[in-house]
Design a protein around this ligand. Structure first.
Ligand SMILES: [Zn+2]
Length: 167
């Protein structure tokens, strides 16, 4: 992965999440979940197999101030549902959930769902495990499609009332 080219694209290009929603050429991702308000999709540069992102479809940039309590909790319900599905599909010792991004690029609020597999040495866990500088997993389009289909099949749609319902 060319990290310098990636940074240039992130910092000078348009919003990649809004591009994905619009269907812009080149912005395609393997979508895992879309309820009209939230979107989940596989990372194109995964450091861990099953690494996904969850975002509100609305272009908001401040994960705290741009979301009301109900909107924030609804987003977290989707993060949880997607993480549960990923845990079903990918052997996971611990799931990292992080809101990253930058006002200088990748500003659209998104949560990282990063499943750490069993057996990773302690010094390669946590931030080390999510940094592309330490290598991304090469995947073929077929592998991405197969993984996406398995995760989609495992997602149980969150219920705003706190329970769950089948999709
Ligand atoms: Zn956006």
């Amino acid at each position: 992965m060319d990290l310098a080219a990636y940074e240039r694209r992130v910092r000078s290009g348009g919003c990649f999440i809004c591009g994905l929603i619009r269907g812009d050429p080149g912005a395609e991702h393997e979508v895992l979940y879309d309820d009209g308000t939230h979107l989940a999709f596989l990372s194109r540069h995964p450091t861990l197999r099953g690494y996904a992102l969850v975002a509100p479809r609305r272009h908001v940039t401040d994960v705290v101030r741009d979301l009301g309590t109900a909107e924030y909790l609804a987003l977290q319900a989707v993060v949880h549902a997607v993480a549960l599905a990923i845990n079903d599909v990918v052997a996971t010792e611990r799931t990292y959930l992080l809101s990253l991004g930058s006002m200088q690029g990748n500003a659209h609020v998104h949560w990282h769902v990063a499943p750490l597999p069993p057996g990773v040495p302690y010094d390669r866990q946590q931030f080390h495990a999510v940094m592309a500088e330490h290598g991304v997993i090469p995947q073929t389009p077929g592998e991405i499609a197969t993984l996406g289909a398995a995760i989609r099949a495992a997602i149980v749609r969150p219920d705003p009332g706190g329970g769950v319902q089948a999709i």
